[in-house]
Every structure is written in structure tokens, then in C-alpha cells.
Design a protein around this ligand. Sequence first.
Ligand SMILES: [Zn+2]
Length: 438
Amino acid sequence: MIVDSHGLTTDLLHLYIQSQKLSTYAVDRHKSLWHAGKTVLDHARVFGSDPDSPGDLLRLIRTGSARTRGELVEATGLARSTVAQRIEGLMAAGLIVEIGGAPSTGGRPPSLLGFNGEAGLVLAADLGASHSRVIVADLGLNSLAEVEADLDIDEGPEIVLGWLIDTFDRLLAEAGRDRGDVLGIGIGVPGPVDFERGVAVNPPIMAGWHEFRIVDRVRESFDVPVLVDNDVNIMALGEHWAMEPKVDDFVFIKVGTGIGSGLILGGRLHRGADGAAGDIGHVQATSSDAICRCGNQGCLEASAGGAALASKLAKLGHDAKRSSDVTDLVEKGNKDAIVAVRDAGRLIGEVVASLVNLLNPSQIMIGGNIAKAEQHLLAGIREVVYSRSTTLSTTNLQITGSALGDRSGVTGAAAMAIDYLLRPGNIDRVLEKSAVSS
Ligand SMILES: [Zn+2]
């Protein structure tokens, strides 16, 4: 048996047996079929797929690029009979459904195909430093149950993950579902993550989590693929998921206690070789000489992060201990706080200007705690970015606030799990196996 880093297993004999069941289940469309689909999805691994594979047809249907068999024929150049056969397979797995008729050009109207978001559930969690959000969602990312809670990540992985598993069970019960309905899990944590292994590596604010096997712990209760990433990457994924139309080159910057960014390049999250991409908090901001908690001098977050701003304001005699105190002061119209946030915006702008010259994104979105003082932060960032980046790279550049606010992280954690489960390579393998038995 092969087990990959996300706990996906391939056992050929088992798959063969399951694919036999798939054809038996084909009688009952809803309940049994989705169970059959689930079982094979469970055992799917990432494999390469040809560009016109069944998984790709599903992607065309999901994205609305093609809605009928005719449009799929046109989009892929495949024979009508091949498209029909692949659609049948996707329907048998419960992944697509007919959702009524399209306008006819004469004769019988072609039936419209839609992705069946109800084909299964994912569980998602955005575990923050002191506050977490957990949801149960279907594959269309409709939230079925949701909860927020104050929980200190420093309690350590056993306590936090024990709470998380209890919370998953409680939310499933609330949604009238159970563990058997869950296809995958996405989790975000507030520290650096080696994505391939699903472990936090030397996280500065997560006592006891270094190298802890998060995936294994969760899979003791839920035997499905579990994906773990850092909080900023999942926020970027969440905002990108919700964006309409989608921007392919997009940078999400979180300005909270610390500062970090998530990079979507060419429509995909860029994690880098070790999962450390986007760590702009420790890029040197040229006009600053502050000492950072990482030991270096002049790091961006040592001057412009929420913790740095709070201590700056405390020195001026204001009651500020953490980043939320800074935004509270700004809301009350405190001049020192407004100046501090605007200056922080300019410093962030220095680093963002370099990033714009290097990556040429078309949208930069600013989120996180300090971004609640959006007006002042964005003003500072825009001022520097537009004056220091090249004309060409800023022609179509938009710098905006977050669209999803506090929900970007948990949305992204769910999106990460769904995208993984529905990758063409995964879907194709499911259908390949069901074809073996037919
Ligand atoms: Zn640093």
C-alpha cells in the first residue's frame, strides 16, 4: 500500500472492489452513488492527466466554461461519443447532474450540466493565535455549519487539535451529517508550514507545534486527505476563490501582529521550494533600522507590524498592548495612531513596490487585523507603490482591502481541500478505476 504525505492511499485490489460497487450503485442516483464516489475519491492519488480527460471535463463544467455536451465537444475537440461516455462516468460518481434544458436551436433542447456541490463535504479550520473559525461546507463551498471560538494556539497541538476534532463532530451533527460524509479537510495555522509534510516548522508563536504531525493526529479521527498550510496562504486562496472575475496574478498581504503575504501567480498559489514563499515580514525595509524578533535588523514587521505599532504607541503613553488596540485607537480618531498606521503603510509600500516590479500582479489585497484601519494603511501603501514601481507594472494595478474580512482564512482552507479533491488527476484516477470493472 502506498501512502502519500496527505494520507491518501492506493490499494489496487480495494479500488477494484470499490469500482465494482460503483456500477452496482449506479441504480440509485443520490445516496448510494455519492457513497460510491466518496469511496473512490478517498483512495485517489494525484496522477497526471491528459488535457481532455474526464477530470478536465469536470473542471470545464465547474467553471461554467462549458455547460452542455455540445459545448464540451467544442471546447475539447473530443468525439461526441467520448464526451457522452465521460459524462456518464462523472454522473455515476455523483459529481455532475443535469440541471434543466438550455435554449434549443431546433429539435430537443440540450440538457444543461452542473457540478453537484452536494456530492460530499469538507471540514475546514482557520486556527489563529488566539481566535479560530471552523466550518462544515459542501463541495460548492456552501457553509452548512460554522463556529468561532477564542482558543490560544499556545495551548499546544494535543489540546487544540482535540478541540478541533470535537468541534468538527459537533458541527457535523448540527448540519445533520456524520463523519462518513466527509471527503477532505483543510487547516490553516499561524506559522510557517512545510506543506508537503503538513507540519509547522519553527513557528514563533505556536509553542509545542514544531514538527508535530498535524495530519496524522487529525486522520486518527477522520480517514480522509488532510491538508495544512499557513494562515496567509489560505487567506489568499479564500479571496481568490471568492473573486469574480478571477485575477490570475494576485498578492494577498496580511498585516496583523506580524506581516506576511500569499502569492497567487498564474492562477496558482506559489509556495516556493520549502513552503516559505511570501514571507515579506522579514524583508528589509530600507528606511528602517529596528531589530526584529528573528534577530535581523530592519525587517518590515519590526517596524510596521501590529506588535511594533502597539509598542510604539505605548511609548507615547497610549493604552496599546496588541494590534487590535492600534485599530481601536485609530477608530477613536487618535492622531498618533493614525500617523503610526499611515507610516506603516508607507514602509509596507516600499516592500510592495519591489514586489510589484518583480512579479507584476494585477491586484494587491490588504487584510489582517491592522487592515481594519484600511483607509490610512491603504493610503500609505498606495502613495509609495505608485511612485516607486514602474509605469508598466502599475498601469492595471489595483490595491484594495479584503473582500471576505474575517472569513477569508476559513474559506481558503475549505477551497484548498476542495481543489485538491477535484483535481483532474484525482478525478481521472477515480474514473479509470471504475472503467476497469465495466
Ligand atoms: Zn525579521
